[in-house]
Design a protein around this ligand. Sequence first.
Ligand code: PGA
Length: 251
Amino acid sequence: MARSRQPLIAGNWKMNGLRADALALARGVAEGVKQAGWTDREVLVCPPATLLMAVAEAVKGSGVLVGGQDCHSNASGAHTGDISAEMLRDAGASHVIVGHSERRTDCGETDATVRAKAEAAWRAGLLPIVCIGETLAEREAGRTLQVLETQIKGSVPAGATAAKLVVAYEPVWAIGTGKTPTVAEVAAVHAHIRKILGGLMPDANVVRLLYGGSVKGSNAGELLAAGDVDGALVGGASLKADEFLAIAKAA
Ligand code: PGA
């Protein structure tokens, strides 16, 4: 189990990667992590579900962790096209991202859906990374903190503890845009998130809070050094082993 607030650098490959490229990427990350020999941080890759087993096999023994990008809330059944948390676990995953803004938007996922998925992750023995974040319109309307509070209260299941939960703050307007909040803004929002979580769990002071949205090698150092930031959820920059390793190094 991860130590208290041990940095977690998570790569979300999204819907990218055919077998050859994905395995080369996985091997590149595995090689870099093995060489670095980090014991003070965790590195996670979340490939598309079709590649989970192959990636898990490719990174075996390197210390690189593997996760899913989503799961269904049920363990099995008549849900064509869906994948359960148990299946992810069976394929070699230890983590699962739930409630990413792309799924909230593309698939109409609500806080209640996300919460059920986080509970499914627990049921299957996976660590859920619950994503929250405001849109540009919400930010411009000055509603960021209020939106995050609603998402946290709706998406984090009862019974959460620091060992069973990771929260990723990803401002929707920062995802894939090259824009990020300032370091001071990230620190302030993360402090607020930790405070809200304090009302829901006994040890929110040590729960890991990741920042996500246009993290790359060149800005990772300052973003990861911000108060209350315990790692990063990385999209585009996780598709290049060198760039992703540079972020992990900055942690
Ligand atoms: P990005 O995506 O790093 O490409 O901005 C982050 C995410 O969506 O997790």
